[in-house]
Ligand binder design. Structure first.
Ligand SMILES: [Zn+2]
Ligand SMILES: [Zn+2]
Length: 280
């Protein structure tokens, strides 16, 4: 994700002169590049794993097929529903957030640093971004599971009990606004566009790649560890693993499902007590 952020900054980003004012030209270029990134990160794994079935169900978490003919989904089809939401609202809202960032750098509303001027802060911030991203996602995601936020917004993402790469960004557009909103950090602390892009890649690339439905993708003798067991369990059992393995949130909430029988029993009890509390 960091390497992609550097390549994008070097060759696929607007100039500071262009970003002085919001214009369709440079914003459309960002949008096209973001659509292309989603196509690569969701489309390629989908092609490999679900169309060509290059490794059949080897390393797959849940071997049941993705939903077809189900009225729950847009176009009655899980893959069409998921790819529509990943390709239309997701890159559009990501592009608007990113454009706001470029404009803020260009106008001096966000303070801009360079590696040469501030090498230590530059590197420290690169290390902070994955932590910030995980914490922001964990807390935001847990809040999306509460009350009307779940019923009206986050339930769209949870139509997917079993997931594929296109499911990662398949969510209500209001959730895209929240998801990419972590870039607000760069309005209050000094940063470089590579930092902004690195944070964005956690969603544009990270969301599809964490929803492959497989524990890894086999390419020749290599197994690329692309997938997220804990998040797969979140889609199956819902009231667990809001943050995943790296986040402390599930330890605090005692909501970590580790995939064992004991985890199953713990989360069944949690779900029963949450629905009892809801009934009052
Ligand atoms: Zn959720
Ligand atoms: Zn998910």
């Amino acid at each position: 994700m960091l390497a992609t952020a550097v390549v994008v900054w070097k060759w696929f980003s607007p100039s500071m002169a262009d970003a002085q004012s919001f214009r369709l030209g440079w914003m459309a270029e960002i949008w096209i590049r973001n659509v292309a990134l989603v196509c690569l990160c969701a489309g390629l794994p989908h092609l490999w794993l679900y169309v060509l079935r290059r490794q059949n169900d080897d390393l797959r978490y849940d071997a049941r097929p993705l939903g077809k003919g189900k009225r729950l989904f847009l176009f009655d089809d899980q893959v069409k529903d998921n790819s529509f939401l990943s390709l239309v609202p997701a890159p559009l809202i990501g592009t608007l957030w990113e454009s706001l960032g470029w404009w803020a750098y260009a106008k001096g509303h966000a303070s801009l640093i360079s590696f040469d001027d501030n090498p230590i802060w530059f590197v420290v911030l690169l290390a902070v971004i994955p932590i910030w991203s995980i914490l922001y996602f964990s807390v935001g995601h847990w809040l999306l599971h509460r009350g009307p936020a779940y019923t009206h917004v986050h339930s769209w993402h949870h139509k997917n009990v079993n997931v594929g790469p296109w499911s990662g960004l398949a969510m209500h557009p209001a959730e895209h606004v929240v998801l990419y909103g972590d870039v607000l950090l760069f309005f209050v602390i000094a940063s470089h566009p590579v930092h902004l892009l690195f944070a964005m890649m956690h969603h544009t690339m990270g969301a599809p790649l964490s929803h492959t439905g497989y524990d890894g993708i086999k390419v020749g003798p290599l197994t690329l560890p692309i997938g997220d067991f804990y998040h797969q369990l979140h889609h199956r059992f819902i009231e667990c693993n809001y943050g995943g393995a790296e986040s402390p949130l599930d330890d605090w909430l005692d909501s970590l499902h580790d995939g064992t029988q004991a985890g199953d029993e713990k989360i069944s009890t949690r779900r029963r007590s949450l629905s009892a509390a809801k009934r009052g």
